[in-house]
Design a protein around this ligand. Structure first.
Ligand SMILES: Nc1ncnc2c1ncn2[C@@H]1O[C@H](COP(=O)(O)OP(=O)(O)OP(=O)(O)O)[C@@H](O)[C@H]1O
Ligand SMILES: [Mg+2]
Length: 313
């Protein structure tokens, strides 16, 4: 597919897209997609017109939001032809999505063949295709893959801010440092790019010491550049599994979880059991949902700070 196409010599310009946030870090499985999906969903539920873009060839975002998996061919086509990104409208009230998929990787050969840095070439494509649809949105969230570095770096070249998810394990700080290097490379093309902050993700609700140590290490690594957000997202595997099985965000799960707990109790009283595939695993997602709400508020506040700072410069 890629051999039949080459970009024209006049590469479109790289322009920053207002109110766009990349969720990215140089490490897999640290919460990028869960955070991106839930923050986007919370913003939409609060009344902000929100777009979420899946730039991961794995295309896993469909699990969190419950839309049909795509192969990425629509996204690939739009980018290579300089057309507007393909949108699924109203996946929730106020929430639109650009689905990802494996075909996105086919861009790589084209970008390398240009003799230009792939991140720069990808940035100019995303700048044009996202720029064409960005205007109506109050917030644009971009989920990025752990590999294929040209994708996250290219996205950073057009974004307003970066949010770095961090899990409390040994590889996290190295990953944060590597991400900071990517961030600096992107600033060459996008000088107004700012680090919004780091989010501590997947820390046990009662693990105060781990949380404190992780916060200290992150603060030391990031220095003055950005805050570590006050809100941390607790470890709750049951809710994570329920969410992806049902294609529902955490705050949307609450009524189903309550119903499931009731059914279990009724079944228990009558000596029967609830079929495993019908019952949800989580018994209370209220606190996790609240954490996503307050994280979303913090991110909005920080985004406004960044915009004020950049406009002032
Ligand atoms: N609060 C939570 N507690 C525990 N596990 C969670 C929580 N939220 C999500 N998870 C699970 O953690 C795993 C990694 O999350 P996620 O897919 O969001 O990370 P990622 O950084 O996007 O991964 P990848 O790099 O593969 O794209 C998933 O299996 C997800 O279901
Ligand atoms: Mg992901």
């Amino acid at each position: 597919m890629s051999s039949s196409f080459s970009l024209t010599e006049a590469t479109p310009q790289i322009t920053q897209i207002a109110r766009s946030i990349v969720f990215g870090v140089d490490k897999g499985g640290v919460g990028k997609t869960s955070l991106a999906a839930n923050v986007a969903g919370q913003a939409a539920a609060a009344g902000y017109k929100t777009l979420i873009i899946d730039l991961d060839p794995v295309g896993a975002l469909h699990n969190d939001l419950g839309y049909d998996k795509e192969d990425g061919s629509r996204l690939f086509d739009a980018l290579r032809k300089g057309r507007p990104l393909p949108i699924i409208e109203n996946i929730r009230p106020n929430l639109d999505v650009v689905p990802g998929g494996a075909d996105l990787r086919d861009l790589q050969g084209i970008l390398f063949a240009r003799g230009q840095a792939p991140m720069e070439a990808f940035a100019s494509l995303i700048s044009a295709s996202l720029g064409a649809i960005a205007d109506p949105y109050d917030l644009i969230i971009i989920d990025t893959p752990p590999g294929d570095p040209w994708i996250a770096e290219g996205a950073l070249c057009v974004a307003t801010a970066l949010v770095i998810p961090a899990r409390p394990d040994d590889g996290t700080l190295d990953a944060v440092e590597n991400t900071a290097k990517k961030f600096m490379r992107a600033r060459h093309f996008n000088p107004d790019l700012r680090l919004a902050g780091a989010v501590m993700f997947g820390i046990g609700g009662a693990s105060r010491r781990i949380a404190r140590q992780t916060r200290e290490r992150l603060t030391e690594t990031l220095g003055e550049a950005a805050p570590v957000f006050e809100t941390r997202i607790r470890y709750m595997e049951t809710a994570a599994v329920d969410s992806r099985r049902r294609g529902m965000l955490i705050h949307e799960l609450s009524p189903a979880v309550e119903e499931s707990v009731k059914q279990r109790f009724t079944a228990f009283k009558s000596g029967k059991s609830v079929e495993d595939d019908k019952a949800l695993l989580a018994t209370d997602v209220g606190n996790l949902a609240k954490e996503y709400t307050s994280l979303t508020r913090e991110i909005f506040t920080r985004l406004m700070e960044i915009e004020a700072e950049v406009n002032h410069d």
